[in-house]
Design a protein around this ligand. Sequence first.
Ligand SMILES: O=P(O)(O)OC[C@@H](O)[C@@H](O)c1c[nH]c2ccccc12
Length: 271
Amino acid sequence: MNILDEIIAHKYKEVAERRELYPVKLLEKSLYFDTPCLSLERYLLRPDKSGIIAEIKRRSPSKGDINPYVSVERTSIGYMQAGASALSILTDLNYFGGKNEDLVTARKFNFCPILRKDFTVDEYQIVEAKSIGADAILLIAAALEPARLKALASFARSLGLEVLLEVHNKQELDETLNEFVTIVGVNNRNLKTFKTDVNLSFELANYIPAGITKISESGLSKVETLVELQQAGYNGFLIGETFMNDSRPKRAAAAFIKELRQVQELKQQVL
Ligand SMILES: O=P(O)(O)OC[C@@H](O)[C@@H](O)c1c[nH]c2ccccc12
């Protein structure tokens, strides 16, 4: 079994347990349930923002521990002060060391769109995402049948959440893109093999229909790559490890975004 299949199998079990412990009726009582979501898409398209979705990721199956004791409060605030457009919070405990409370913490201290990064396979998790204050959820093409993915996307939208559809090849894109998806992310990391190659974003760029907000995900460590991806039509960039590898992710994000702005200004002058 590859790692993605293993994670998904575990997720179904986890969802069954959580549903018993925290029934939907209880989740719906959360104060966030009636709070309107902020649009990730709109924030990514704002010209004053970097387009970076900065991620909090304590560990991963491919890297092991990255930054296990990170302060979500300080890091999320620091990311936004550094100029990130939005936050991505991993809430999967078993493989990524995250938890729902991390997202609640980020929500409490920031006014910005928050992506709930998890392996969503069931409507229950979408209700949960809304109840903890998320603005958008991730749906992974490699993990879901196209019809199932569409049903989940439709349900998410009915609760006001935006959907980021994650793809890793053209076939996935063609099979799973549907009218409920406004944002597509190309994951440069193959979740089955962990191989990361940024060229994938360049290869798939032109296949993503116009009008869809495009994000490049994973393995982004150079400012120059972001500028090239922008030229290829990408509006957003999901960055985790490049920041989390630093003992102070906030500092790494601030330095990176400062450099990005400098390079962008230089490009503008040349044009
Ligand atoms: O840390 P990186 O290489 O910058 O990658 C961030 C993000 O793209 C990655 O964490 C990710 C992309 N898709 C996922 C799906 C599940 C868990 C994690 C992910």
